[in-house]
Design a protein around this ligand. Structure first.
Ligand code: ATP
Length: 239
């Protein structure tokens, strides 16, 4: 059986407010298999951001277990958890988060500027390689202000891939794009399991974008509902 990149087993997350406790995730179980694509949909307040924060190893659950790259995160020190996080996951956001003064290639190399290691020459070659995967190597020298929204989001996706993470999480990646561009960018994301082998998890409000993933999970008040999918444990497969 293939080991999931990350696996959640009956994970619950609660927030204590002044008067009440909100259950944002309620016994959520899901497996993200290597080189798979998953869409997560749900109304505002259903628990999507909370689920992403658990999948990104940014939030530890109140109960349940999380296993990432074969390790139970509950057993890890803060520094081991932080190392595991930086190995595991690349993230893409709705509003791109590019540095407007950096070229596309330099934006993709940001992990190197922040100390991911190796020589500048190798980092630049890697940046060009991932820009090529996204079909925009010819834009390597352009500034973000000289690109379309779809091109900027491709740069942001390339940056998330720079360190070759086994898991790429995209939070409303098409929210700032028109309909056609949204579908092109989502197709580029969903191609990544086949081209670079990363598993892709996309949170989206857009049903057309969600439909293009191999699997779709909807969240209702913290409960996961599986569509076109096999529940964890059934036939030994993931979601
Ligand atoms: N820091 C917090 N303190 C208290 N309650 C919180 C906190 N963060 C989230 N919640 C509550 O937890 C539930 C899930 O919130 P979450 O942000 O995960 O939803 P979401 O689906 O991402 O929403 P949106 O689409 O609006 O971003 C909601 O009821 C929300 O009010």
């Amino acid at each position: 059986m293939t080991e999931p990149v990350i696996s959640l087993h009956e994970v619950s997350v609660r927030y204590a407010t002044g008067r009440e406790t909100v259950t944002a995730l309620d016994k959520a179980s899901m497996d993200v298999l290597p080189a798979s694509s998953t869409a997560i949909v749900g109304r505002s307040g259903s628990g999507k951001s909370t689920l992403i924060s658990v999948l990104s190893l940014l939030r530890s659950p109140a109960s349940g277990s999380v296993r990432a790259l074969g390790r139970e995160i509950g057993h890890l020190s803060d520094s081991d958890l932080s190392r595991l996080r930086s190995t595991l996951v690349g993230t893409v956001f709705q509003s791109f988060h590019l540095d407007p003064t950096f070229s596309a290639a330099d934006n993709v190399m940001l992990p190197w500027y922040f100390g991911s290691g190796g020589s500048r020459r190798v980092a630049r070659a890697r940046a060009l390689e991932v820009l090529e995967v996204l079909g925009i190597a010819d834009l390597a020298r352009r500034l973000p202000g000289e690109m379309s929204g779809g091109q900027r989001q491709r740069v942001a996706i390339a940056r998330a891939l720079f360190t070759a993470p086994p898991l790429l999480i995209a939070d409303e990646p098409t929210g700032n794009l028109d309909e056609d561009t949204a579908l092109q960018v989502s197709d580029a994301l969903y191609a990544l399991p086949g081209t670079v082998g990363s598993a892709v998890v996309v949170v989206t409000h857009d049903t057309q974008v969600a439909k293009r993933a191999e699997r779709c999970i909807s969240i209702t008040r913290g409960t996961l509902n599986y569509h076109d999918a096999v529940k964890p444990g059934a036939r030994g497969e993931g979601v």
